[in-house]
Design a protein around this ligand. Structure first.
Ligand SMILES: [Zn+2]
Length: 261
């Protein structure tokens, strides 16, 4: 039997090792990136050739300065993306992660995704490094709004969402390029990374600092490290288990063994 005919069989030993680390773990951190959501149909707009956009465009159009100077350009870019995000469902990787949580094994999810799919899958403790599409804030009076109503109307009409209080433009509470990471989320993420006994990197190539440095903080304090990602990361050499495969294939296999093994 060839590797491609049976990818799971070929990775069986590594999957079992990963499941064993989960069975022994008390405090897990799962650090997730765009690769976690691509199986749900959300394009990784930072990767070349994978989405609706060229590689350089989002850096500019999804930046804080473009939002401030040409909000219509940002919203034009955001419209198809936010539509995909609102229609997306959690995939098998999100579900597997949520299912491995139990009273004796806490799982903190630190995510770079803005799509709320971990919460939809049932994960209880999610730290969002780049915010989410849950809410929007007025750029004039700073009133906060539940995003759903505004976003659905915006997807329908394309009209830029405005504050019902002062008519200011509403900015989605997602972190744009050139914008600071939210302080509270960053502190929570560091604390979780330092206190965990197992870190799982899932669907992240660990390319964007400072988040990419979190697994080092865990390793420095003796935590185990599992990496499940399609492409290599700088920490593959330090990981206990590396599976260079799609998260939606691998995480359910790990969960099945961690839960029932
Ligand atoms: Zn306002």
């Amino acid at each position: 039997m060839t590797d491609s005919a049976s990818p799971i069989l070929a990775d069986e030993a590594a999957i079992e090792d990963a499941a064993e680390l989960f069975r022994k773990a008390k405090r897990v951190v799962a650090l997730t990136g765009a690769g976690m959501s691509t199986p749900s149909g959300i394009p990784d707009f930072r990767s070349e050739g994978t989405g609706l956009w060229s590689r350089d465009e989002p850096m500019e159009v999804a930046s804080l300065s473009t939002f401030r100077t040409h909000p219509e350009r940002f919203f034009h870019w955001f419209r198809p993306l936010v539509g995909q995000i609102f229609n997306a469902e959690p995939n098998a990787a999100h579900t597997a992660l949520a299912e491995m949580e139990n009273p004796s094994r806490a799982i903190t999810v630190i995510t770079q995704n803005i799509d709320l799919l971990h919460q939809k899958a049932g994960s209880k403790n999610v730290v969002e490094m780049h915010g989410s599409v849950q809410s929007m804030t007025c750029t004039e009076c700073f009133k906060k709004f539940e995003a759903k109503f505004f976003i659905l109307e915006f997807i329908e009409s394309g009209t830029i969402p405005r504050c019902s209080n002062c008519n200011g433009i509403l900015k989605p509470d997602v972190i744009l390029f050139g914008e600071q990471l939210p302080q509270t989320a960053w502190f929570d993420a560091q604390r979780a990374a330092r206190q965990c006994d197992l870190m799982l990197v899932a669907g992240s190539s660990l390319e964007v600092l400072p988040v990419a440095g979190l697994p080092m903080q865990a390793l420095d304090r003796g935590a185990h490290l599992i990496i499940v990602n399609n492409t290599p990361t700088y920490l593959n050499v330090r990981a206990d288990v590396v599976l260079m495969k799609d998260v939606s294939t691998i995480l359910p296999e790990i969960a099945k063994r961690a839960i029932h093994g």
